[in-house]
Design a protein around this ligand. Structure first.
Ligand code: ADP
Length: 190
């Protein structure tokens, strides 16, 4: 399942259902944890598919940054993944939405987009950060993700031409499909 949308300035948003480790992009965002120590979910999938090189790089980064707060991210290479970089973003653990979770989640997306821009990336893919073990309600998280991505893509010149939302499973895909459909974006046919 896949849909493509085009912004008025020609930038694109792609929505895909599937495994983020199998979709080519210049950069892949990862839903990491503060310890940068690997985990389950999409983090586990990225390390398994990318190979040990990614963890070796994180082993070097960890002593420098300590525990990474929610909303921040660090970059590594992508090992065997079909990408150049992985941006390990720490999503917020959801409590009730009044403990800075929306701001931290927005910051994950913004930070990864800025890191992509700094590295001249043309495409970046995102999983639904925080919506697994961290318990963020999927629709609230999707609104934040789409809002931040649109703001970034609309704000002027940038190397980033396409942002790919990779949703794991049909229910998550359908939420994005509905929100993107309601947002008035033009659907691209090519
Ligand atoms: P968090 O701890 O930030 O909640 P999780 O990895 O538990 O991170 O879940 C984040 C989202 O990633 C969930 O919606 C989950 O369904 C999804 N996910 C899990 N594996 C993959 C994968 N291989 N590709 C894309 N998304 C995935």
């Amino acid at each position: 399942m896949e849909r493509r949308y085009r912004l008025s300035n020609g930038k694109r948003i792609r929505l895909v259902e599937g495994d983020i480790t199998r979709i080519a992009a210049d950069a892949i965002a990862n839903a990491a944890n503060s310890a940068l120590a690997g985990g389950g979910g999409v983090d586990g999938a990225i390390h398994r598919a990318g190979g040990p090189e990614i963890m070796r790089e994180l082993d070097e980064i960890r002593p420098r940054v300590g525990r990474l707060p929610a909303g921040q991210a660090v970059a590594t290479g992508a090992g065997r993944l079909p990408a150049k970089y992985v941006f390990h973003a720490v999503g917020p653990v959801y409590r009730d939405g009044r403990h800075g979770e929306p701001e931290a989640l927005a910051s994950c997306y913004r930070t990864c987009l800025e890191m992509a821009e700094e590295r001249g990336c043309r495409t970046i893919s995102f999983p639904a950060i925080s919506t697994g073990v961290y318990g963020y309600p999927p629709e609230e998280a999707a609104r934040i993700a789409i809002g931040e991505v649109r703001r970034f893509l609309e704000q002027g010149p940038s190397s980033v031409e396409e942002v790919i939302f990779v949703q794991f499973g049909e229910p998550a895909y359908r939420i994005y499909e509905r929100l993107l459909g309601e947002s008035g974006l033009e659907e691209a046919q090519d």
